[in-house]
Design a protein around this ligand. Structure first.
Ligand code: TYD
Length: 231
């Protein structure tokens, strides 16, 4: 018999990684699995998740903040995150809903900090402000060689993303994306109690099982609901 409190706290789970590693698919699949076991959960994303944060998302991803520089972009991402945490993440967790976010603060550390060159003190300060104590309980870093990730992205979609929306970061070169990959791995190595690196160059089904295995081992309340018997 597992010793699990009747009302285990809701968990905050984030997925991180470079472009095209398949985070969104895993976020969706995890939500289905949690719901199947009777956990209430919400799926969200960054930048975004609330109307104000989605407005910031549109502004940045259309490339309108590019000329402001990486430091100002870090501030914009943090402003969006502050609203996201206050309006969606914290209230959800407080009412017992698990939160699964496609990207969170590690993306600012990796994109604007380690790859974009923004001073670590600014990144940390913004993080303290925006997170307000709401650190993820676990972060999955999906890791893949960017050349492989790009090959997986449908060529037409990529073309549309570049031509129509001018997506801010997808157009950086391969070397930049290699540095980004290194940045995420460094963040994971520096936070081993929170971050779990999983190879993303495998089938979606396999990756989904790996994510689930980690969660079942980490959080006893999942196992208590019969997680191993779930398909
Ligand atoms: P999105 O289309 O959601 O990309 P992906 O599917 O790869 O998550 O666009 C989000 C982009 O914003 C992505 O290039 C990563 C970048 N980003 C930052 O640079 N800093 C941040 O703090 C966050 C949350 C995202």
């Amino acid at each position: 018999m597992l010793d699990v409190p009747a009302q285990a706290a809701a968990r905050f789970i984030t997925f991180e990684g470079g472009e095209g590693v398949g985070k969104s698919t895993q976020v969706k699949r995890l939500l289905v699995r949690l719901n199947r076991l009777g956990f209430e959960a919400v799926r969200t994303r960054e930048p975004g998740g609330t109307p104000k944060a989605e407005a910031v998302r549109a502004f940045i991803l259309q490339g309108r903040s590019e000329s402001w520089g990486a430091g100002a972009e870090a501030v914009l991402f943090a402003a969006a995150r502050l609203d996201h945490v206050r309006q969606l993440i914290a209230p959800s967790l407080q009412t017992g809903k698990w939160v699964i976010s496609d990207r969170f603060h590690d993306s600012t550390r990796a994109y604007q900090g380690l790859t974009g060159g923004v001073d670590d003190r600014l990144i940390r300060g913004l993080e303290t402000l925006a997170l307000d104590g709401h650190q993820p309980d676990i972060t999955f870093v999906l890791d893949m060689d960017p050349a492989t990730a790009f090959a997986r992205v449908n060529a037409r979609e990529l073309e549309q993303a570049l031509v129509q929306t001018g997506d801010r970061f997808e157009k950086e070169d391969l070397e930049w994306h290699r540095r980004l990959r290194r940045a995420f791995l460094d963040i994971a190595a520096a936070n081993p109690e929170r971050c779990v690196v999983l190879p993303a160059n495998q089938s979606e089904d396999n990756l989904e099982h790996e994510v689930w295995d980690v969660l079942v081992r980490r959080f006893p309340e999942i196992e208590a609901r019969g997680a191993w018997s779930a398909p």
